[in-house]
Design a protein. Sequence first.
Length: 561
Amino acid sequence: MYQQIHSLKTEQQIEAIAKHLVGINSINGTNGEVLVAEELYSILKTFPYFQQNPDLLWMQSIKNDPIGRKNVFAFVKGELFTKKTIIYHSHIDTVGVEDFGQLKDKAFSPDALAEFFCSYDNDKEIQKEARSGDWMFGRGSVDMKSGAAVHMANILHFSEHREELQGNLLLMLNGDEESEHRGIIGALAELNRLQAEQGLEYVLAINTDFITPLYDGDPHRYIYTGAAGKILPCFHIYGREVHVGDTLSGIDPNFIAAKLTEHIHNRYELAEKIPGELVLPPTCLYQRDTKDIYTVQTASSSHLYFNYFVYEDTPEQILEKLLHETKKVCLEAETYLKEQFHQYIEFTGLPTRDLTWDIEVTTYEQYVNMLLAKGINVHSIIKKAIQEKTADDFREISFEIVSALQAADPAKKARVILFFAPPFLPHNYLKETDSRDKQIQDSITGILQKMEVETGEKFALKKFFPYLADGSFLSIHETEEELSPLLNNLPEWETFFPIPYKAIQKLNIPSINMGVYGKDGHKWTERIYKPYSFGVLPQLIQQTTVKLLVEATEEELMLPV
């Protein structure tokens, strides 16, 4: 690859690498993730610096990965000897291509898609963009093969101009970002190893995940100084099943699930209020009962979970919000069901029945403790549930564990058990009260002002990247005590989703996002805007790299011995 691109301008190098990478099918969960990592390694291996220093380019096999994923690392040493290091990182997997329909065979072919969209009359804006030649189409073009290409071109640049570096660069390319984040989680061990063995001090991590307009006519190029976190609150709802001929005496878990969805889904009152930030409310991702086949019996239980973005709130604050809403929902359900039953009795003249309408609300931690107090062997029940699991999906396994505990409970009460399931992403952001973070923020602000003058671009600096990103795993703000409401309610997390929070706390790397610019990520019309992404962005990252390494080194030299 080096022979093909070494004489090209930087923007042409990036386009060539990006187009080549888009052509590789690396859909999440397929062997393509392994193949693209190996291809990235092969490309980097052609760079003269790594031919001269082969030990500075390597692949890391991700421990216990189900498909054998690998992370790619490349290290460039600056001419000035220092331990200060900036990390460049990108993910290399993509979502699937089912949305391309009859164009599925062209999903990884930017040229063929450009030709198609040039004559695409159903969307004049896309057609105009395709005809301009300024946009590149294809699965992964914006999310985020082009981001990896930008970092690789900059690694090539600095490897050939090491005199510009007052520090080091570490390139890190990871898989599985679109699912369970196994790549970046596995990479934490390698980052800690490098830190321990070579004494590296990580100044900053720069991610190139894509940015996009936030509204029609939006002129801004957004730079994010942090990433939102995520938790997945789950609800196991156990009711009182009945024959449909006796439905008014039952407690239908689907009814409770529906009311929970009504109270929580897209409810902006539950979103954090952070001025100037794009903050999103919880969103329902899954809702179904546990019946496998058609019968005329109502469901005994129902399962429900939500995507819940975390910005500044702690797990405890989120748990309190959700418990409050759940208790309110259950009280409304109790009142409604009781009223309907009494209307039925009054109309039919039948004698009333001694039924309870109480719906208990508990957390997983509280429920486990209650079962232990009853003398129930919780550990053996969980172990058996895992051994006999019928699913591979972490969320389904979590529900199977909770269902097994519910089945072992002799008190068959209507109940909602609130717990968390994987994945969990910490929130990572620059704090105004931290001197290091403030210096980074001030430096980036100055660089953006300078770049606006030089390029005519209009930048906007924001706190939270509005989507999920691997940068979340490079720093964690909570203490172990503050994490306990999450960890104690995340069934068997050490087995299924081990969160190396101590390793993350030890690294404590500020992570910013300077992303490629495009539209329609995760859609079949996905496309990247080349003039900014391949022309302006690499300059922005280069200037940020040079300035922050200079400042970090100067600060180190000023420290008293």
